[in-house]
Design a protein around this ligand. Sequence first.
Ligand code: PLP
Length: 409
Amino acid sequence: MINITTPNNKGSYKQPNIFGYYGNFGGAYIPEMLHRNVEELRNKYLQIMYEEGFQKEFQNLLHDYAGRPTPLFFAERLSKQFNTNIYLKREDLNHTGAHKINNAIGQVLLAMRLGKKRIIAETGAGQHGVATATVCALKGLECIVYMGEVDMERQQPNVARMQMLGATVIPATSGSKTLKDATNEAIRDWINNPNDTHYVIGSVVGPHPYPDMVARFQSVISEEMKKQLLEKTGNELPNYVMACVGGGSNAAGAFYHFLDNLSVQLVAVEAAGCGINSGMSAATTQLGKPGVLHGSKSLVMQTEDGQVVEPHSISAGLDYPGIGPLHAHLYQSGRAKFLSATDTEALEAAFNLTKMEGIIPALESAHALAALHQMKFKSTDVTIICLSGRGDKDLSTYMKAMPIIPKGE
Ligand SMILES: *Cc1c(COP(=O)(O)O)cnc(C)c1O
């Protein structure tokens, strides 16, 4: 293990310093054999991303293929319920059902400009794998997705989707056979195929420059929010922006263009699972300590001797023992407020949104909605919630939960 970076100057909320640090978190802690790939990416990503031709193709695909801009919807009945003004950013209406397609399009286009012919990815619930396989089909690229054997069992529809899209899904059979093991397999693949392969990471995690690159690709979310809110209310700044956090990519995208507007209170919502102190949780800022996970220094749920603790959340997308370094910095600096919602609270919030607005949210997004109960709103406040994905993939969980949800209203 070598550390090519050091935390000297501190970076900003929006951007890490040149070594990839947001405050005390970030960097690139990678095996020496990955050094060349990560350096190539670091040297070229900004130049490629902001080329005119790249931007044109990226924006065109976001518009015509993913379906952007996604609407900003005033949720009237939900607003009445909380005696305030709540807008939903409808990332659930993107092609493939979540915000992940924004990043998948961006990284695949970037990989092509790096001359890569082969795309690899890791996936937990399968949403990032599906988004990546989708863009690879569109571009005619080979796609290999690593997925824990246990997750393949649990998420069969997404495995089938990836296969239909032409991707090869390779089971990770070591360890707990879940996301962390799939990530290890993807890294091993990249080490063995350094020349022709790009590794598409699905959140604002991993070694620098991934967190910054993914945040920039997802920042289209807050760029649109500002324009849309200005049109609707005459003011581009809300009082609150709320989003759920697994690794933190939808939250990074939703916060990005508000980070320097200090009047906007940013609220990140983690998965408390069965309760923060239940031993079955994924509330990283509440339970984690500084440590290195998947290539960067951040807050990590770990034992006394630094072993990663298995997280738990009812929502596969939030079931991650770490958090991106950008968010670790937002937490430590106090720029964002971190709340958490339990499995049960998320289920209740999902049923509530469905009943109040006719929108079935992803279980991940339901965590952000659940945190509404912990907020103290004024009737004039304006809040935007990032509805990161749709709930179709979670229907079997919702159906099992139906009996515990109180009727009436
Ligand atoms: C993957 C996923 C998440 C969690 O990932 P982040 O990187 O934290 O955004 C949240 N919501 C949905 C719908 C997802 O698919």
